[in-house]
Design a binder for this molecule. Structure first.
Ligand code: ARG
Length: 461
């Protein structure tokens, strides 16, 4: 018989099969919520003290006993036992060892069903600010790249074909904004976690007149949950968190994918620092962008966490079911993974070098075709016709096997008599970039303005 679980020795008398004990035990994962469990228990003790369930003396013993448990956990002197099936069991077991039978009064009116999800929400509310700080630091790193690389022109791509030239800074900033949405999503996740389930009991509510509004306030929650059945089964906040981690993963994977390509010999736009690359055990020449590949790969894992939880939740009957125990491992791993990939991505950005000449050399004048069309538009031709005329010029350059800017004037004039000597001024990457002058475009002054705006957004949110 497994002794010392919170439920053994009464209704259940037969020994728990070892495999069942192994399956049931969640301590290795949920001991991470020890601090929250103790804070939650101290607040609960205060709430039931206010209902006269504890005497002043019992309350003091419980409170100081829990302080001691917390200290043991912090110091690492807390000894977990095989029979501690989860952190809630372990804390209550140790409390009772320290203060005696009064410890057994702590759980009055409470269930692990409302306790566990309270701890979990508290853990999330404690962790989100740390992740937010990291996300902000990563945004700063993109911004810093944009500052450094403001003089670098590079091809912009659609369908992964050269499309139009852009400032490299504009590209870096595109990732800044994706991360800014992630930061917003993270703070929304915190809002969704900010409801207190404690005081809902196992499912129907607690039978003691606990002031749940006071309780919520004492634990830093905005309000107590309005329905006890919903409160013990609701894991929406965990799904929101995993969706946040998935979106962050997606954003970083897309950036990583591009950077992997940009670091190849074929592109050569960037060189990663050795500190974020690895070698091959066989090929002596290899320098592999494993940092970015792992960032890309982890995104798939993050999606997996989200799908796992959604799958576990599908069709779950009311209210608490043990399936819910699986939620924490997913969220903890997602949080650790998100933190790690953010750190690595920041490291990659801080240390890479950009090969300016290579970025420029790769730019093909065909990427200026839209500018040629705009040239004709400025001379009065409707855009659709201009598109057609420039298409002809591109085709001609291909038949003549020459660059667009090498087409002689008389040939341009055969295509349209609106072409004049000044057509050759169009072949400037700088002009093409500066022509994208509406708010949000790649014109240098707009990118500078965008960066100032980004700084303000970071300051004000
Ligand atoms: N370890 C459990 C969990 O993580 C605690 C809740 C147990 N509740 C129960 N009715 N057995 O979900």
């Amino acid at each position: 018989m497994q002794k010392n679980t919170l439920w053994s020795g009464g209704r259940l008398s037969a020994a728990l099969n070892q495999s069942m004990a192994d399956l049931n035990r969640s301590l290795d994962i949920d001991k991470r919520m020890a601090e929250q469990d103790i804070r939650g228990s101290q607040a609960w003790a205060k709430a039931i003290r206010a209902c006269d369930i504890l005497t002043e003396e019992e309350w003091t013993m419980i409170h100081t006993g829990l302080d001691r448990v917390l200290q043991e956990i912090r110091e690492g002197s807390f000894i977990f036992q095989d029979t501690d099936e989860d952190i809630h069991t372990a804390v209550e077991r140790r409390l009772t060892e320290i203060i005696g039978p009064a410890g057994g009064k702590l759980h009055t009116g409470r269930s692990r069903n409302d306790q566990v999800v309270t701890d979990f929400r508290m853990w999330m509310l404690d962790t989100i600010p740390e992740l937010e700080t990291q996300l902000r630091a990563l945004q700063e790193a993109f911004l810093e790249r944009a500052r450094k690389d403001i003089d670098i022109y590079v091809s912009g791509y659609t369908h992964f074909q050269q499309a139009q030239p852009i400032l490299l800074s504009h590209w870096w900033m595109s990732h800044f904004w994706a991360l800014d949405r992630d930061r917003q999503r993270l703070s929304e996740t915190a809002q969704h976690a900010d409801t207190l389930p404690l005081g809902c009991g196992a499912l129907a509510g607690t039978a003691y007149p606990v002031d749940r509004f006071d309780l919520a306030e004492s634990l830093g929650f905005s309000m107590p949950s309005p329905n006890s059945l919903d409160a013990v089964s609701d894991r929406d906040f965990a799904c929101d968190f995993l969706y946040w981690a998935s979106m962050l993963g997606q954003h970083l994977s897309r950036c990583a994918e591009a950077m992997i390509l940009y670091s190849t010999m074929e592109f050569g736009y960037i060189t990663l620092s050795d500190a974020f690359s690895t070698g091959s055990s066989l090929m002596p020449q290899k320098k592999n962008p494993d940092s970015l590949e792992l960032i890309r790969g982890k995104a798939g894992m993050q999606y997996g966490h989200l799908f796992s939880l959604l799958s576990s939740l599908k069709g779950l009957p009311s209210a608490y079911d043990k399936d819910l125990q699986e939620d924490k491992q997913l969220v903890f791993t997602a949080a650790d993974t998100a933190a790690l990939v953010m750190t690595v991505m920041k490291g990659v950005l801080d240390t890479l070098t950009v090969n300016k000449d290579r970025c420029m050399a790769v730019l093909n004048t065909q990427a200026l075709a839209t500018d040629l069309a705009d040239y004709l538009v400025k001379k009065g031709m409707p855009f659709r016709e201009a598109h057609h005329a420039v298409g002809k010029a591109v085709k001609l350059s291909e038949t003549m096997k020459c660059d667009l800017k090498e087409i002689p004037l008389e040939k341009w004039k055969e295509i349209s008599d609106l072409f004049a000597e000044d057509v050759y001024n169009t072949f400037s990457v700088e002009n093409a970039v500066d022509a994208r002058c509406a708010w949000g475009g790649t014109a240098r002054f707009r990118v500078m303005e965008q960066m100032r705006f980004a700084e303000k957004v970071l300051q004000n949110s």
